[in-house]
Design a protein around this ligand. Structure first.
Ligand SMILES: Nc1nc2c(ncn2[C@@H]2O[C@H](COP(=O)(O)OP(=O)(O)O)[C@@H](O)[C@H]2O)c(=O)[nH]1
Ligand SMILES: [Mg+2]
Length: 194
C-alpha cells in the first residue's frame, strides 16, 4: 500500500476555458477525465503530479467550473466539468450539459477517456449515458472506480470484478493508496507509448 511511486507526471496547468473553442490544437495524445461532480477527478490530477495544489480540489461539489487543461511533455489532460450536480448554477450546468458533449463530439485531439465513478455507488444514470455516447462515437475509455479507501479491500475486489466483467478492465483508485496511483500512472504511460 505504501510502495514508492517512481515517476509522476510533470504536468503544467495551461488554463481553464468555458468552451472547447478556447482549447488549442496540438498533435499530442489528449486524455479526458470525465465523471460526476465530486467523484475525485481533480484529486486524481493532483495525485498524478504529486502536487496537492495542481488542480483545485473542492469539498463542495461543482466547483471546478470549466474545462481545465494540463500539459506534460507528450500528453494533454483535460479535466471536464462534472455532471449531475442538481443545485449547480446555470453557468455550470451549461458547461456539463452542452460543453461536455460538444467536447466529446468535436475534439479531434481526444484519444482516450477515463470515466471516474465513486466505487461506493458506481455507474449512475449519467455515467451510463456517457458510456453509450463514447461507444457511439467510438472513443476508447476505461472506468476508474474512485475513493477505494472508503470500502474494504474485499469489496474493492468484488466491485472491480463485477464492473470489469460488464465493461472491460476497470481500475480502482484512492488518494491514499500508492499502488493504485502507480497503476493509474502506468495505464496513462501505456497510452503514451502506443
Ligand atoms: N477518501 C477519499 N476521498 C477522496 C478521494 N478522492 C477525492 N476525495 C475527496 O472527494 C472530494 C471531491 O474530490 P474532487 O477531486 O474535488 O472531485 P471532482 O469534483 O471530481 O474534481 C474532496 O473532498 C476530495 O478530498 C479518495 O481517493 N479517497
Ligand atoms: Mg474537480
Amino acid at each position: 500500500m505504501n510502495t514508492k511511486i517512481n515517476k509522476y507526471l510533470d504536468l503544467n496547468f495551461l488554463g481553464s476555458f468555458t468552451n472547447i473553442e478556447g482549447l488549442k490544437n496540438h498533435d499530442c495524445v489528449e486524455i479526458a477525465f470525465v465523471g460526476a461532480s465530486n467523484v475525485g477527478k481533480s484529486s486524481a490530477i493532483n495525485m498524478l503530479t504529486n502536487n496537492k495544489k495542481m488542480s483545485k480540489v473542492s469539498k463542495k461539489p461543482g466547483k471546478t467550473k470549466y474545462l481545465n487543461i494540463f500539459e506534460a511533455e507528450e500528453v494533454y489532460i483535460v479535466d471536464l466539468p462534472g455532471y449531475g450536480y442538481s443545485s449547480a448554477s446555470g453557468d455550470y450546468k451549461r458547461s456539463w450539459a452542452i460543453e461536455l458533449p460538444r467536447y466529446l463530439e468535436n475534439r479531434r485531439e481526444l484519444y482516450f477517456v477515463y470515466l471516474f465513478t465513486d466505487i461506493r455507488n458506481p455507474l449512475k444514470k449519467n455515467d451510463i449515458a456517457i458510456m453509450q455516447k463514447l461507444e457511439h462515437l467510438r472513443i476508447n475509455y476505461q472506468i476508474v472506480l474512485t475513493k477505494s479507501d472508503k470500502i474494504n479491500v474485499k469489496d474493492v475486489k468484488k466491485v472491480l470484478k463485477e464492473t470489469s466483467s460488464k465493461f472491460g478492465e476497470c481500475i480502482s483508485l484512492s488518494t491514499k493508496k500508492n499502488d493504485e496511483i502507480s497503476s493509474f500512472l502506468s495505464s496513462i504511460n501505456a497510452l503514451l507509448s502506443n
